[in-house]
Design a protein around this ligand. Structure first.
Ligand code: SF4
Length: 222
C-alpha cells in the first residue's frame, strides 16, 4: 500500500488513543461470550492445556485433554509414568517429545517450589520449564491476574490492521498494546481480537463490509 494512502487512512480514523475505547466497547457488545476456547476445570488443567496448545489448535487440544485429565490428576501423576507413555497420551497435539519433557519439568518444579499449586503471577509462571511469556500471560489472565496482553497470530494481525502498532515482533506489539489498552481490559482484549479475527477480520480476506469497527480501522476496504 502506498505510504500516502496509509497516512490518509490513519488521518481519517483519528489517533489510536481515541479509537481504542470504542473498538473494545463495540467488540465486547458483538462477542459477549468471547473467552478462552480451551476446556479445563482447574488451574493445573489450564496450565497443561495452554502448554499443549503450542503449534496446534485449541480444538485439537480439547480432543486430547478429557482422557488425559482423567488419567493425570495431580503433578505427581505426570511423573509417575515413563516419559514415553506421556508422549503417547499427548501425541495428537504434535511436538509430543518436547511437550512431554516440558510438562514433566514443570510438574517437578510445581512440586518442589510451589507446593504442587499453579502460581498465578507471570514472573513465577515463566520460571516453569517450557512456559514462555505467551503461555504465562494466558494462564495469569485466566487465573484473574493479567500482567500483560497475549499476542497470538490474530492479535498481531488485527493490531497491525487497526493501526494500534507498527511492530512485527510479538514482544514489541505487546509493549505497544500495554501502553494503549486500559489495564482492566488486558484479559479480555485478546479474546475480543481473536474472535473478531476468526469470524470477520480473516487473514486472507477480511470482511470489512460486515465489520462493526470499520469506521475506526485505517485498513478498512469499505
Ligand atoms: S475494517 Fe476490515 S481490516 Fe479493519 S478490522 Fe474490520 S475487517 Fe479487519
Amino acid at each position: 500500500m502506498p505510504r500516502s494512502y496509509v497516512h490518509e487512512a490513519r488521518k481519517r480514523v483519528g489517533p489510536k488513543k481515541q479509537r481504542i475505547g470504542p473498538i473494545i466497547d463495540r467488540l465486547a457488545v458483538e462477542y459477549t461470550d468471547a473467552a478462552i476456547a480451551l476446556r479445563f476445570r482447574s488451574p493445573l488443567e489450564l496450565l497443561v492445556s495452554v502448554m499443549l496448545s503450542a503449534q496446534t489448535t485449541d480444538v485439537n487440544v480439547n480432543r486430547v485433554t478429557p482422557a488425559l485429565f482423567e488419567k493425570y490428576r495431580t503433578p505427581e501423576d505426570y511423573l509417575a509414568v515413563p516419559q514415553e507413555e506421556l508422549e503417547r497420551d499427548i501425541f495428537p497435539t504434535g511436538f509430543y517429545h518436547q511437550k512431554a519433557k516440558a510438562l514433566r519439568g514443570t510438574m517437578q518444579m510445581l512440586i518442589e517450589d510451589f507446593d504442587g499449586e499453579v502460581p498465578t503471577r507471570l514472573e513465577e509462571l515463566v520460571r516453569l520449564p517450557g512456559v514462555a511469556r505467551k503461555t504465562g500471560n494466558v494462564v495469569a489472565a485466566e487465573l484473574g491476574e493479567p500482567e500483560g496482553i497475549v499476542v497470538d497470530t490474530h492479535v498481531r494481525r488485527l493490531s497491525q490492521r487497526l493501526g494500534l502498532t507498527r511492530q512485527e515482533d510479538p514482544v514489541k506489539i505487546e509493549r505497544d498494546l500495554i501502553r494503549l489498552v486500559p489495564r482492566a481490559d488486558w484479559g479480555r482484549f485478546p479474546h475480543l481480537l481473536i474472535w473478531h479475527g476468526r469470524r470477520v477480520c480473516i487473514a486472507r480476506r477480511p470482511r470489512c463490509d460486515d465489520c462493526v469497527i470499520n469506521d475506526l480501522c485505517p485498513s478498512s476496504r469499505v
